[in-house]
Design a binder for this molecule. Structure first.
Ligand SMILES: Nc1ncnc2c1ncn2[C@@H]1O[C@H](COP(=O)(O)OP(=O)(O)O)[C@@H](O)[C@H]1O
Ligand SMILES: [Mg+2]
Length: 251
């Protein structure tokens, strides 16, 4: 059974069909690429899976369960975390605090418990340890005290991934994880992604426009064009597919 199955997904924005009858499967432990020209519906597809856009038709099945109607928060609880095309960080906060943000139900924030330190201190220490561990996973631990605004573009992307890891996701949806990152660091980000897959079994669905990097790491690739699935296959197959080359490179 695939970890994620999309069945005939459709998304209409008024008269525009941004996603048109897309079905695909993501195997557990795979790194899956999602490519296609600008405006082909890639980000919309990610939003549909994450619950941040409502489906016009179709079903999203995760670990055998229909999660089509769930809100983003509930999707996250199920084990799907997502990164954004623009890193959505709190730039005036430290790397550590950015990672701690998604932790829910912190007792120290509850007005009843806040005055009684011993009720929440142990929780705080536990959360901080978990946060340090995920910073470690993306090799940002040395930077825990750095303001997000002082990180490099690549480190910001890694910090966003670290924040996703706090939810202990089974599936990570990444929208252009190397956007605006220097080439050497872009490779680095993908190396870290591959390591997270190898060491923790996390599955990745990655929208990426830097094909030369993606093709070094992806197990399988889906190609979108005008809201439709144009092609799918292994890296070699996709790289040499005439239709893909035509819409992608215009040759
Ligand atoms: N919230 C929205 N409202 C209206 N149209 C949208 C919205 N989001 C995306 N679109 C349109 O849907 C199409 C696909 O967009 P998108 O999914 O962002 O493409 P990609 O990520 O592949 O570049 C585009 O024509 C875009 O203008
Ligand atoms: Mg996009």
């Amino acid at each position: 059974m695939p970890l994620l199955e999309l069945e005939n997904l459709q998304k209409d924005y008024g008269g525009l069909r941004a996603v048109d009858d897309v079905s695909l499967a993501v195997a557990e432990g795979a790194i899956i690429g999602l490519i296609g020209p600008n405006g082909s519906g890639k980000s919309t597809l990610i939003n549909l899976i994450a619950g941040s856009a409502e489906l016009s038709a179709g079903r999203v099945i995760f670990a055998g369960e229909d999660i089509s109607a769930l809100a983003p928060d509930a999707v996250f609880q199920k084990g799907i975390a997502r990164g954004y095309q623009e890193p959505s960080l709190y730039f005036k906060m430290t790397a550590l605090d950015n990672v701690l943000l998604p932790v829910k139900g912190q007792r120290g924030e509850h007005p009843w418990y806040a005055p009684w330190r011993r009720y929440w201190q142990r929780d705080e220490i536990k959360h901080a340890e978990a946060a340090a561990a995920v910073l470690d996973q993306v090799q940002l631990r040395q930077r825990f005290d750095t303001l997000a605004s002082d990180l490099s573009g690549g480190q910001m992307k890694l910090l966003e991934i670290a924040r996703c890891l706090m939810g202990k996701p089974r599936l990570l949806l990444l929208d252009e994880p190397t956007a605006g990152v220097a080439p050497k660091l872009a490779y680095d980000i993908f190396r870290q992604i591959a390591r997270l897959r190898d060491d923790y079994g996390i599955t990745f669905l990655i929208v990426e426009h830097r094909l030369e990097i993606l093709f070094d790491f992806a197990d399988y690739v889906y190609v979108m064009h005008l809201g439709n699935l144009l092609a799918e296959g292994g890296v070699d197959e996709i790289a040499s597919d005439a239709t893909v080359r035509e819409v992608y490179f215009g040759d």
